[in-house]
Ligand binder design. Structure first.
Ligand code: HPA
Ligand code: ZN
Length: 328
């Protein structure tokens, strides 16, 4: 079976970051919103580095102003994921962008996103779950309000809590209150670390926030004792190689540490992060990994099993997904 049509599980996708540029331009035009300087001459997103990327991301997100906009975005993103064989995806959702952290407005956005997701599940068989995500550079106070939104809506659809944004802004320990609140509400936890922060940022996510998965986490490779700890404790890394290469963290795919981490027994999974920003898709990730590391179907099978185990959905959903992976 070709890698493109293999059923895939994606655990790390920013919903706004998955918006195709044409979708953002279309909404901007409909609403007469001016978003200068975020596209290049070919119409792709244009940014200089990670910090500029965050600015462009927020500018693109500024065209999404209503629950209906998010419903349309969800439909567009899930259709694209399904076209690349994705059968299950977890997406980061931020009450900062969806209703300004007001619980009642957040519920309206969530309702619209869920309706769109249920329609996609009926038509394409793709299953979506949400991970509520404060934005680190917005600060710990806003993260507390975000955690309240998350706790109020925790359940079958909102199953996780995370943190994204500028990994160098503030300290993770200042977000412990928000993560404690989310954990008490029954949410599963992940945090972006070990991408722009070094190994210590991964230790902080584990020790201060007590997460079970790490978004990226790849810079753990710089600290052998940390690699051993990740392997021993079964911490799952949401690795996004194409994102790391596009943002210049590693010069080429062959320089990416995902294979070294896997060889040392760390549980790795594969995701796209913000696919149109990084000119990637899940099938491109698979193809490039196969090419760079000579990965065969057995390796992808192992990664898919790890991803399913680490997914933040309930046991019945996992059982259904497992059958779909097995009957490919
Ligand atoms: N990394 C961190 N924060 C983000 C990203 C990302 O790729 N996309 C949107 N917020
Ligand atoms: Zn990310």
């Amino acid at each position: 079976m070709s890698l493109a049509t293999r059923p895939k599980i994606e655990l790390h996708l920013h919903l706004e970051g998955a918006a195709p540029p044409a979708f953002v331009r279309g909404l901007a035009k409909e609403k007469s919103i001016d978003i200068p300087g975020i596209f290049d001459e070919r119409g792709h997103y244009a940014y200089a580095d990670f910090w500029d990327f965050l600015k462009v991301y927020e500018a693109a997100t500024s065209v999404l102003r209503t629950p209906e906009d998010y419903a349309r975005l969800t439909s567009a993103v899930l259709a694209e994921c399904a076209a690349h064989g994705v059968i299950y995806v977890e997406t980061f959702l931020s009450p900062d962008f969806c209703g300004g952290r007001d619980v009642s407005a957040w519920r309206d956005y969530l309702h619209a996103i869920r309706e769109a997701a249920e329609a996609a599940e009926r038509s394409d068989g793709i299953v979506l779950r949400g991970i509520v995500t404060p934005i680190r550079h917005f600060g710990p106070d806003k993260a507390k309000e975000t955690a309240l939104c998350a706790a109020e809506t925790a359940g079958e659809f909102i199953t996780g809590f995370g943190i994204g944004g500028d990994e160098k802004a503030g300290h993770l320990k200042d977000f412990a209150w928000a993560f404690d609140m989310a954990r008490e509400a029954g949410l599963r936890l992940t945090a972006h670390a070990g991408e722009w922060g070094g190994p210590q940022s991964v230790r902080d996510a584990l020790d201060r926030l007590r997460v079970e998965r790490i978004g990226h986490g790849v810079r753990a490779i710089e600290d052998p004792a940390l690699v051993d700890r990740l392997a021993e404790d079964g911490i799952v890394l949401e690795v996004c190689p194409g994102s790391n290469v596009a943002l210049g963290l590693y010069p080429t795919w062959r320089d990416h540490p995902v294979e070294k981490l896997r060889a040392k027994g760390v549980k790795v999974t594969v995701s796209t992060d913000d696919p149109p920003f990084f000119h990637t898709t899940m099938s491109r990730e698979y193809d490039r990994l196969a090419e760079a590391f000579d990965w065969d179907e057995g390796v992808f099978e192992e990664i898919e099993r790890t991803s399913l185990d680490a997914a933040f959905c309930d046991a019945a959903t996992k059982e259904t997904l497992k059958k779909r992976l097995e009957t490919r």
